[in-house]
Design a binder for this molecule. Sequence first.
Ligand code: FES
Length: 175
Amino acid sequence: MTSQKTQQSTESAQSPENNARRSLLNGLWLILSGLALAEIAWLIVSFLRPLKSKVSSGQHAAIIDAGPADRFIPNTVTAFPRGRFYLACLEDGGFLALSRRCTHLGCTVPWDPGKAQFACPCHASVFDIRGDVIQSPAPRALDRFIVSIENNRVIVDTSRPIQRSAFHKEQVVYK
Ligand code: FES
């Protein structure tokens, strides 16, 4: 009797219906495993892709070619929104790249050509063309970026703002 039952259960386990069900479950398992692997691969690619596009698209490129040095008139400020900086061409023709971020709480500071100064709209700090504080609450001069002149072109490295307490002559770059 017992051996008859065992034979029946073995037969039912190997029935075409059970085999079909097992094949279906195996197929589903393979599909779900494939989807999980694809998702992991997509996450890895998404994580890496922004770094690549920032470098290649130029939208957030760190090195900005501001143009020919001769193009800039002394005692003027030119905004470079793409690089988020101002290029100040000082009275003696020297160049200084200034961050647009106020050193008080980080508001964007617009240049006022009429008054020849940067005036922060948030808490009324004022900076001169060299980025020095004329009026607080800003605690220090506007950050600056490294400037170099290459083949008579002004190149600004915006990868790292340089903090400074005040303007110094050594910060200016000449052609
Ligand atoms: S953020 Fe510019 S003065 Fe406060």
